[in-house]
Design a binder for this molecule. Structure first.
Ligand SMILES: NC(=O)c1ccc[n+]([C@@H]2O[C@H](COP(=O)([O-])OP(=O)(O)OC[C@H]3O[C@@H](n4cnc5c(N)ncnc54)[C@H](O)[C@@H]3O)[C@@H](O)[C@H]2O)c1
Length: 250
């Protein structure tokens, strides 16, 4: 049976990459996948491709997750259109890498705004509706570097470590409303974001992965489905590492 039959799921950053993989899998499992993303054309392309497969998807225009008012308006639009919000996947994210010495305030602010404040904004806008319904699943996409740290990513690591922390707080605060909040910490996944890494460095990174491959968006989508389904109602505040063993070291 479909694991998300009849569920209304919002996935941020689902115009491409990991978010698109999550939107496709959730729709395949019976949910309507609703995309919040700043890239309109690519988001519409994701919606069209999901619909072509015979599943349900929608795009809410004009959402920038860094702006609370934009996210609140979009949450209301989803409520007006579909009557409920069962699932939120906080997936949208950016990188602006530089060594700590060279990192500018602009690089710091932009990554914190999207990757940390954006997650706060979306959960804030949606959790009140979930509380009223006494049901909700929030899945935050963090990163293994939020656990291990990473050269050149002070801003990104701070945001991702913050997301792992917020996941624990919300797990504690929202549990009594039958809302679970979990995070996924992906290792290197083949997307546009990963393509910004130089070829030589990419090859070296694959050698650090025990399963000797990069992850695919589907690998993260499968983990997101696990947390979004009804099967995990007794799991909350948890961060699942999905990295082919990259953080095992050795
Ligand atoms: N790719 C990897 O190797 C990897 C590893 C660990 C974690 N992650 C995390 O997974 C998530 C998805 O990464 P990806 O590789 O698919 O990235 P991506 O760059 O391919 O996609 C990110 C999406 O977020 C959207 N977005 C950016 N800013 C936004 C904003 N202000 N409002 C709404 N949407 C916005 C973009 O338009 C884009 O569609 C991110 O949170 C990223 O940090 C990725």
């Amino acid at each position: 049976m479909s694991k998300l039959a009849g569920k209304v799921a919002i996935i941020t950053g689902a115009a491409q990459g990991i978010g698109r993989g999550i939107a496709e899998l959730f729709a395949k499992e019976g949910a309507i996948s609703i995309i919040w993303d700043v890239q309109k054309d690519k988001a519409l392309d994701t919606v069209a491709s999901i619909k072509n497969m015979g599943y349900k998807a929608d795009f809410i225009e004009g959402v920038n997750i860094t702006q609370l008012d934009s996210v609140e308006r979009a949450a209301k639009e989803v409520m007006d259109k579909y009557g409920k919000i069962d699932i939120l996947v906080n997936n949208a994210g950016i990188v602006r890498d530089a060594s700590f010495k060279k990192m500018t305030s602009e690089q710091w602010d932009s990554v914190i705004d999207v990757n940390l404040t954006g997650v706060f904004n979306c959960a804030k806008a949606v959790s009140n509706y979930m509380t009223e319904a006494n049901y909700g699943r929030i899945v935050n996409i963090a990163s293994i570097v939020g656990i291990t740290g990473n050269f050149g990513q002070t801003n990104y690591v701070a945001a991702k470590a913050g997301v792992i922390g917020m996941t624990k707080v919300w797990g504690k605060e929202l549990g009594k409303h039958n809302i679970t909040v979990n995070a996924i910490a992906p290792g290197p996944i083949e997307t546009d974001m990963f393509a910004t890494i130089p070829e030589e460095m990419r090859k070296g990174m694959i050698q650090q992965v025990p399963v000797r491959r990069l992850g695919k968006p589907a690998d993260i989508a499968n983990a997101a489905l696990f947390f979004a389904s009804d099967e995990t109602s007794f799991v909350t505040g948890h961060t699942m590492v999905v990295d082919g063993g990259a953080t095992l070291g050795g």
